[in-house]
Design a protein around this ligand. Structure first.
Ligand code: AKB
Length: 316
């Protein structure tokens, strides 16, 4: 039985990945960790406070719990990263190198580390963006993810580290709010319309971006980590895709269920970031190599988000 450590377990993806791992491997086999305790306190499940920039603290938690698999999710995302580039670079790179160096010392530790569509940039092909193409990210987050991908491949080739990665699109889930991303509008809008308020979107109505429902993201993550080693042929990071839509298309789908929903558009600095990212992604390598497939289209995503968030928003 595997023993996992999730770093960044209180974040948007961390919360739902930790739950998914616990239902698969058992509560006590999944150690959640974050720099702060979870909102609402630590429940009946293992949790450690961890600053992923501190190598010794990381090492001692890994040894204490006899961890064999690390899911390293802690990062500063695209929009927030632009407010403090040195901090974003330092957190994103130091924490990744700490985890890679630990696995270099102990090759039996397997690592998952997320990359992002932010590795692409203004001269990357926009439609059906290939696995291998021009990558010229112009955000510090994107630069750190591209450098991180190269480090993952380097540690795999030079030191035999079994590190696996996917390039997530924008992730949409109901359990925890995202923090500091350019795709966050696609979660924020649900809260506003359910509160009966007009939503002011920070991206333009026709800004198309690749997106994914959280259950698909969790499934992809567990799936790539469970795949046989020889089937993992990409050691930088796999393109991963589900759906692409614009704010106007998402709004129209929400309006089918909440006819009184209202939206206005007021693009800010995040529009420039979105403009540099792909419209859609070619993830045929992931589908071929380890059998990835998504299950949520936009209609299903909107139905689930509204039904899960309705009681939550009502009790806020
Ligand atoms: C962001 O918007 O920064 C993230 C991402 C696409 O990696 N959601």
């Amino acid at each position: 039985m595997t023993k996992c450590l999730v770093i960044g377990a209180c974040g948007q993806l961390g919360t739902e990945l930790t739950a998914g791992l616990r239902s698969k491997y058992g509560i006590n086999n999944v150690i959640a960790s974050d720099i702060h305790p979870p909102e609402g306190g630590v429940k009946d499940a293992p949790f450690e406070i961890l600053d992923a920039m501190n190598f010794d603290a990381l090492k001692s938690i890994v040894e204490m719990h006899q961890i064999d698999t690390i899911y390293h999710l802690a990062a500063i995302l695209s929009a927030k990263g632009e407010q403090n580039p040195p901090l974003a670079w330092s957190l994103n790179m130091t924490s990744l190198l700490n985890v890679l160096n630990l696995a270099k010392e102990n090759n039996s530790i397997k690592i998952f580390w997320p990359s992002s569509i932010a590795v692409f940039g203004p001269t990357t092909p926009k439609d059906n963006t290939p696995q291998d193409c021009i990558m010229d990210p112009n955000t510090v987050y994107g630069i750190s993810k591209l450098a991180g991908e190269r480090w993952c491949q380097y540690y795999h080739e030079k030191y035999g580290v079994d590190v696996r990665s996917v390039r997530y699109p924008g992730l949409i889930g109901s359990k925890t709010l995202p923090g500091g991303g350019t795709t966050d509008y696609a979660v924020d809008i649900f809260y506003k319309v359910l509160q009966g308020e007009q939503y002011e979107c920070f991206l333009a109505e026709d800004c198309i971006l690749p997106m994914m429902y959280m259950d698909d993201a969790v499934e992809a993550t567990i799936h790539i980590m469970e795949a046989d080693k020889p089937s993992i042929k990409v050691r930088t990071s796999y393109n991963l895709s589900a759906i692409s839509f614009t704010p106007a298309e998402l709004y129209q789908e929400i309006k089918k269920q909440i006819p009184e929903a209202k939206i206005t558009y007021n693009p800010d600095y995040r529009q420039n970031i979105a403009n540099s990212w792909p419209n859609s992604i070619d993830d045929s390598n992931a589908r071929k190599d380890w059998g990835w497939k998504h299950t949520f289209d936009m209609k299903k995503l909107v139905e689930v988000m509204l039904s899960e968030l309705e009681p939550k928003v009502a009790s806020m």
